[in-house]
Design a protein around this ligand. Structure first.
Ligand SMILES: [Fe+2]
Length: 310
């Protein structure tokens, strides 16, 4: 089953407040955790939803972040400032990125593009992102008990170098961020392949997540998958990644290896003509350029190895 990432997902899981930028609250017997913190402009809404879900925001003990993109950590600073005792966990690399003024400036600039959400900051609060304390540098094999539920940490690079997935074996629930792509299309029938830092890492991470056999997959954007859809999705995403690489290679070959031209041709055909991708065009183009460039680099590497062997 596919459903919007909103409201009660499971007796232990709630998705707040917006299906396109969901944060997931997982309720243990003793402690509660939130996964991801969306865009900064939604900070007050996340806080209100946390209060609604837990009664008291002070009962949120942990905020764990899946990766270093502005639309997954945007409200972390706001929540850290408003919830005393909130302990934030993320990959060590994310902390280093937050210390760079240029990275924060870029994140704040990208966030401000979400003008459709601006009207929701009715109190006119300053929602600018700033560095926040990261209490836990999360890594493969870490475990956190919430009481009756255990959060297991998996490193799942490929989308970004600092991507993490969180898995709760007691309820077989996986929170992959964007490590396994995003579902797009009016019918929810397009898997948008999301490798940005490394194609091979992305494949390896998908295989790792397949081995977990999750029964619930709470995606980083849009949807939650259960039963057969959860079972099929990760394998479909893997297949789609292979096809996507072949597609990029075809565009590169047609453009005689010209990355810029291949990117523009592919964006025109796949985004403008086929349609169905909700992502804003500039963001789509930026990510696509990174993917085409990465695959072009792999092609060059392969050609070099073949020349050395012959
Ligand atoms: Fe992302």
């Amino acid at each position: 089953m596919k459903r919007l990432a909103e409201g009660k997902i499971h007796e232990r899981i709630n998705a707040i407040p917006n299906a396109w930028y969901p944060a997931y609250i997982i309720r243990g017997d003793e402690r509660n955790m939130m996964i991801d913190a969306g865009v900064n402009l939604l900070g007050p809404q996340y806080l209100a939803s946390i209060k609604e879900t837990l009664g008291d925001p002070g009962l949120l003990h942990y905020l764990f972040l899946t990766h270093s993109h502005y639309d997954h950590l945007g409200s972390a600073y706001y929540l850290w400032r408003h919830i005393s005792g909130l302990k934030i966990g993320a990959h060590e690399r994310l902390e280093g990125l937050l210390q760079k003024p240029s990275v924060l400036e870029m994140m704040n600039r990208l966030s401000s593009n979400h003008v459709d959400l601006l009207g929701q900051n009715t109190a006119g609060e300053d929602l600018t992102m700033h560095p926040f304390e990261i209490r836990f540098h999360l890594k493969q094999g870490d475990k956190f008990s919430l009481g009756g539920l255990t959060c297991r940490v998996y490193e799942t690079p490929g989308h970004t170098r600092d991507s993490l997935a969180f898995y709760f074996p007691e309820i077989k629930a996986l929170f992959p961020g964007e490590s396994c792509g995003v579902i797009q299309g009016e019918e929810g029938d397009i898997i948008q392949v999301e490798f940005l830092s490394s194609y091979q890492d992305y494949i390896d991470s998908l295989n790792l997540m397949i081995s977990l056999e999750p029964a619930i997959i709470c995606l980083g954007h849009g949807l939650v998958l259960t039963s057969d859809d959860a079972k099929d999705f990760l394998r479909c995403s893997l297949e789609e990644t292979f096809c996507y690489r072949e597609m990029i290679e075809t565009y590169l070959n047609e453009a005689h290896g010209d990355v810029e031209k291949a990117t523009q041709n592919m964006a025109h055909q796949e985004y403008d003509i086929k349609g169905g991708i909700f992502q804003e065009r500039n963001a789509y183009l930026t990510n696509l350029a990174a993917q085409v460039s990465h695959i072009a680099g792999m092609q060059k590497q392969r050609a070099r190895s073949q020349n050395e062997c012959s």
